[in-house]
Design a binder for this molecule. Structure first.
Ligand code: SPV
Ligand code: MG
Length: 307
């Protein structure tokens, strides 16, 4: 883990804060490891979302508070090490009560992560978009306590704590979502994430139109994919997160290719295109090593080790 790298190259908390101040909607895409995070960066996104759904899936485990904080942190840290854009870590319910949240904020901040997001559901949580999932909300006061702990634990004031409001997911409507979001801002949230599982953006727009707070609003339009950036921006959304598309694209490509390969006579018998090794060498920065080898060789020559 290398904190200085993230800060030097522009991927730290300051970078995310100034991006929010830039006056346009920010586009964030989900990643599940360092490679996918780097692809998010190379594709031109503003930030990386280290999502619990995708990271859990790469362990072939449910997104249901099964992995530990240490495991999620390790995944997010590798993303921050590989990227020069901010990484926003999805920290589910904060891995426990206020003391756990306090510890969590210190660890994530120390790892060069720009922001953490915690949601107001009870532990163990289940993925918000799971058909028939259990979506019980934590009492507002208990979540406010976690936000206070998070605010008090950060050492860099630019480090952001995003409060994820699950009232719409729990079927309680935009009024309750606004009431809770307002309380969460008072308790120290630096942004609020309004999540919805509806097939259209109506209830998210209702939330946005009634929102009187001053911190940015974040949305994840997985269940209402036809909404445009322009529409979200018109309703005051400051950041959109395309949370799991990279995971699902990777899953689809691997499943298709492996399926073909399993019944093929040779490697060339699988039709789904795969990346040339050259593309992977470039992503790994393999040629940097070749360059370094040349530099070392030149230095050894100067020192008289080589003719
Ligand atoms: C995630 O990507 O892990 C999220 C968003 O939390 S969702 O899967 O829609 O709950
Ligand atoms: Mg999640």
């Amino acid at each position: 883990m290398d904190l200085t790298r993230a800060v030097e190259t522009g991927g730290g908390p300051r970078a995310l804060r100034s991006a929010f101040d830039g006056g346009r909607i920010l586009r964030t895409a989900g990643a599940f490891d360092a490679m996918s995070a780097k692809l998010v960066e190379l594709s031109g996104f503003d930030a990386v979302w280290a999502g619990s759904f995708a990271i859990s899936a790469t362990h072939a485990l449910p997104d249901a508070s099964i992995l530990t904080m240490t495991e999620f942190l390790a995944a997010a840290s590798r993303m921050a090490d590989a990227c020069s854009i901010p990484v926003i870590a999805d920290c589910d319910t904060g891995f426990g009560g206020p003391s756990n949240v306090s510890h969590m904020v210190k660890k994530y901040e120390g790892a060069g992560i720009a922001a953490v997001c915690i949601e107001d559901k009870v532990f163990p949580k289940q993925n918000s978009l799971l058909e028939g999932g259990t979506q019980e909300l934590l009492p507002e006061k208990e979540f406010a306590a976690k936000l206070i702990a998070a605010r008090d634990a950060k050492s860099d004031p630019d480090f952001m704590v995003i409060a994820r409001v699950e009232a719409l997911i729990a079927g309680l409507g935009a009024g309750e979502a606004i009431r809770r979001a307002t309380a969460y801002e008072k308790a120290g949230a630096d942004a609020v994430l309004i999540h919805s599982k509806a097939g259209s953006p109506g209830e998210v727009f209702e939330f946005c139109d009634g929102w009187k707070g001053s911190v940015p609003v974040v949305a994840i339009p997985t269940s209402y994919p036809d909404v445009t950036l322009g529409q979200l921006e018109e309703h005051g959304v400051g950041m959109v997160i395309y949370a799991n598309q990279s995971l699902r694209a990777a899953h689809r490509a691997m499943a298709e290719h492996l399926g073909q390969l399993a019944s093929a006579e040779s490697l060339s018998g699988a039709g789904t295109p795969i990346s040339p090794m050259e593309d992977i060498f470039r992503l790994q920065e393999m040629y940097e090593i070749k360059k370094q080898e040349k530099d070392i060789e030149a230095n050894l020559k100067k020192l008289g080790y080589v003719n």
